[in-house]
Design a binder for this molecule. Structure first.
Ligand code: 6CS
Length: 316
């Protein structure tokens, strides 16, 4: 039989590479086949999520940036400066987090989804038309964000005018001037040629792009123990593979952008310029507790514990 798996990116982008690895593992270890549907083949992220919930798709990759409306707790990934900038601590966190491995799965289950894994896609940076050195520079900037209420709050706190849009509309909206800024991980700024429609990249260390892979829950529950193991092992193999893959991609992406557009301005903001952005974190965290659903406090507390453990293990 054939299992259908949709994701939000192209075949050679991070989610696509993860999906290909998953497919390879499943097909090597079972008689099942996986059919992959990259971005654009079945609609936007909201569409593929509906298809996974209704069982038309067996697997879907949807980032918390879009899941926030469905599972309000998933908005926690948009509290700025919550995730560590240290790569080892970040990887420890995604491997071991109790919040991810124990608290989130029942919340996804309520929506008919089996949460299989979450993984990072790299540091998120902004691209804009004008340089950004402080929140004042984002004033009057219509800034595209994923359709996630807390991300809207976060960019309001950064001084911008947030404009939630599905991904498919971003390039065109930037070209026609409907928006003047957006954020995404480094590799994605390169692969989607955001440098063609913006002139400045600004990194302030505020986030790493998290994504999640799920199965339709009825489908997953109906699998034999043996097939569940095939799926889980394939997810583990793809997870380990993607951690290194994305870290390497991250490192080379800006060189590639510079090659493609030598006058692209790339600013990694120094600590003193980051301060004003960092100072917004508390208010956005407070907002998360208001709009992050009934389990917001529990998730936040556990996440902070997990992050402390992950950082300690990294430095020790
Ligand atoms: O910004 C977005 O909407 C997209 N960004 C990434 C890195 N992956 C998929 C998502 O749709």
């Amino acid at each position: 039989d054939t299992w259908r798996y949709a994701f939000e990116e192209a075949m050679d982008e991070v989610q696509g590479v993860f999906a290909q690895k998953f497919k390879e593992e499943v097909e090597a270890n079972s008689d099942h086949e996986i059919q992959l549907f990259p971005f654009g083949t079945l609609g936007e992220s909201a569409d593929t999520m509906e298809q996974a919930q209704s069982g038309i798709l067996q697997f879907v990759d949807q980032s918390p940036g879009f899941t926030g409306a469905l599972i309000p707790e998933a908005q926690i990934f948009f509290v700025p400066y919550l995730l560590p900038q240290n790569e080892e601590a970040l990887q420890n966190f995604f491997r071991n987090s109790k919040a991810i491995h124990e608290l989130f799965p029942p919340l996804y289950a309520e929506q008919g989804l089996e949460l299989l894994t979450m993984f990072p896609e790299g540091e998120v940076c902004m691209t804009t038309q004008e340089p950004v050195h402080s929140p004042e520079d984002l004033e009057e900037v219509k800034f595209r964000v994923m359709t996630n209420p807390l991300l809207v709050e976060s960019y309001k706190a950064f001084g911008a005018t947030p404009t939630p849009l599905p991904w498919g509309e971003v390039y065109g909206a930037m070209q026609t001037g409907i928006i003047q800024g957006q954020e995404n991980p480094r590799f994605f700024l390169n692969s989607t040629k955001m440098y063609e429609v913006t002139d400045v990249i600004t990194c302030i260390g505020h986030n790493n792009f998290t994504t999640a892979v799920m199965a339709n829950k009825d489908f997953y529950d109906g699998l034999s123990d043996e097939d569940k193991e095939v799926v889980n092992n394939a997810i583990d193999a793809a997870f380990e593979y993607i951690l290194d893959y994305q870290a390497e991609l991250d490192a080379e992406s800006f060189d590639k952008i510079k090659e493609a557009k030598p006058d692209m301005e790339i600013n990694i903001l120094p600590e003193e310029e980051r301060k004003a952005f960092m100072e917004t974190a508390d208010s956005v965290e407070q907002k998360f507790l208001e709009i992050g659903g009934p389990n917001a406090q529990e998730i936040l507390d556990q996440m902070k514990q997990d992050l402390a453990d992950a950082s300690e293990a990294a430095s020790g």
